[in-house]
Design a protein around this ligand. Structure first.
Ligand code: FAD
Length: 404
């Protein structure tokens, strides 16, 4: 039987793939949104959706639905290796502007997938892509593990950190620096949750951190992210997790009476990796498949949504012009670089600085006595301020004034 033909096949039904498929369908293109799982499906994540991601969701026409299912965040708490801490309010926003949210990915991704289908994408669940071939006419044939196949003129690889499609189209991963791995669990009965996300820069996790993100009531998404070097030294992520809980009072007290809901699960974070390019003839990489993860925080939902959106706009234009060669798609790379590259560069620098516990202590201690500095540090961590703000003379001057 002939395989159905689409303008674009988007592989991966996470934020990147759903954003790409929705945008393409709205541009009038036939698009298959291919996902190996069936919804609802879990994705190991901290579930924090920063305000800039909300702005993409607004453009996609799905923000209100997501917001209704989410827990709204009002502030951020940050603690240092020696136990200093500050709490900063969330970014100021105008009426109707999205704020920070926490929503379990099992819920978020199902909402995004169903929305893409309502907007006209053909949603193919339970379709695990094993092989991608391109014939002489340039058509892609995308084959599933169970023998199903679809054909498409163009392809978006949005199949996450372990992308099969990136490899199949010849864009091999090439990490630029230390990669991160993270462990996450859901807990009920967490003490003292107060509508704020918490980042604990506890010594055993540096240059990573331990998080507690409230999901509603006394429940929270709890986890720890560390570099591979820390993992090699410590042997296992569970060990780091246990160590933080045992040694960091701000975490221990909160989890003392908490009950895990299911096992802790781990997953890699492809931090601002350069995958040897994100564009091939007829194909683009988006989201984690392209390595678009903030090196400082591991945040990737915004980058996934936004890169999916830019990939779709690039392909819609290329399909209109009838030219899908790599050179015709190069605008994708220019656009994401102009929007993300600086943030990734400064993020790498900041991630490196987390190797210096005394520096982290000084910044948090200083911010605990300076509300404006606290708001700015929280803004940089939480994506409300551009990361380059930390390079400004005013910012550095206030830190140096502490006798760093
Ligand atoms: C522990 C942890 C905590 C994190 N916390 C946060 C956070 O709080 N906030 C934040 O912004 N980011 C966070 N991130 C990063 C965020 O999870 C990712 O950046 C984001 O999910 C990337 O979206 P994506 O659509 O590119 O990929 P994914 O969300 O990984 O989606 C890829 C999809 O492709 C599907 N797929 C994979 N292979 C195939 C195949 N062969 N065929 C068909 N389908 C396939 C998968 O099933 C999946 O649905 C965290 C990551 C981790 C690991």
């Amino acid at each position: 039987m002939a395989a159905p033909l689409y303008d674009v096949a988007v592989v991966g039904g996470g934020p990147a793939g759903c954003a790409a498929a929705t945008t393409l369908a709205r541009a009038g293109r036939s698009v298959a949104l291919i996902e190996k799982a069936r919804y609802p499906r879990d994705k190991v994540c901290g579930d924090a959706v920063p305000a800039p991601a909300g702005r993409v969701l607004l453009r996609l026409g799905v923000f209100r639905e997501v917001e209704e299912a989410a827990h709204r965040i009002g502030s951020m708490a940050v603690s240092s290796p020696s136990g200093s801490a500050f709490v900063a309010p969330g970014p100021r926003r105008g009426p109707g502007e999205p704020g920070d949210l926490v929503i379990p990915r099992a819920r978020l991704d199902e909402i995004l997938f169903r929305h893409a289908v309502r907007r006209g994408a053909a949603g193919l669940e339970g379709f695990e892509v094993r092989r991608v071939a391109r014939d002489v006419s340039g058509l892609f044939r995308i084959e599933a593990a169970d023998g199903r196949a679809v054909e498409a003129r163009a392809l978006v690889a949005a199949d996450g950190a372990r992308s099969v499609v990136a490899r199949e189209v010849g864009l091999a991963p090439r990490p630029k620096g230390p990669e991160m791995v993270a462990l996450r669990g859901y807990y009920d009965g967490v003490a003292g949750l107060d509508g704020r996300i918490e980042l604990h820069f506890a010594a055993p996790a540096l240059p990573g951190y331990f998080w507690i993100f409230p999901t509603g009531g006394d429940s929270a998404n709890v986890g720890v992210g560390v570099t591979e070097a820390v993992l090699e030294r410590r042997g296992s992520l569970q060990e780091v997790f246990r160590d933080v809980v045992a040694r960091c009072a701000g975490v221990r007290d909160r989890l003392a009476g908490a009950r895990p809901r299911g096992p802790l699960r781990g997953w890699p974070l492809p931090l601002a990796a350069d995958r040897g390019g994100t564009v091939a003839d007829g194909a683009l990489l988006a989201g984690d498949a392209a390595g678009f993860v903030d090196p400082l925080t591991g945040e990737g939902i915004f980058y996934a949504l936004r890169s999916g959106e830019i990939a779709a706009e690039t392909l819609a234009e290329a399909l209109r012009d009838g030219d899908l060669r790599r050179s015709a798609l190069a605008g994708y790379e220019r656009r994401w670089r102009s929007e993300f590259a600086e943030s990734f560069r400064v993020g790498r620098l900041l991630q490196w600085s987390l190797r210096l516990p005394r520096l982290v202590d000084t910044v948090v201690r200083r911010a605990s006595g300076d509300a404006d500095l606290a708001r700015r540090v929280a803004g940089v961590i939480g994506h409300a301020e551009p990361k380059r703000a930390v390079l400004s003379l005013g910012f550095l001057g206030r830190l140096l004034a502490t006798g760093l």
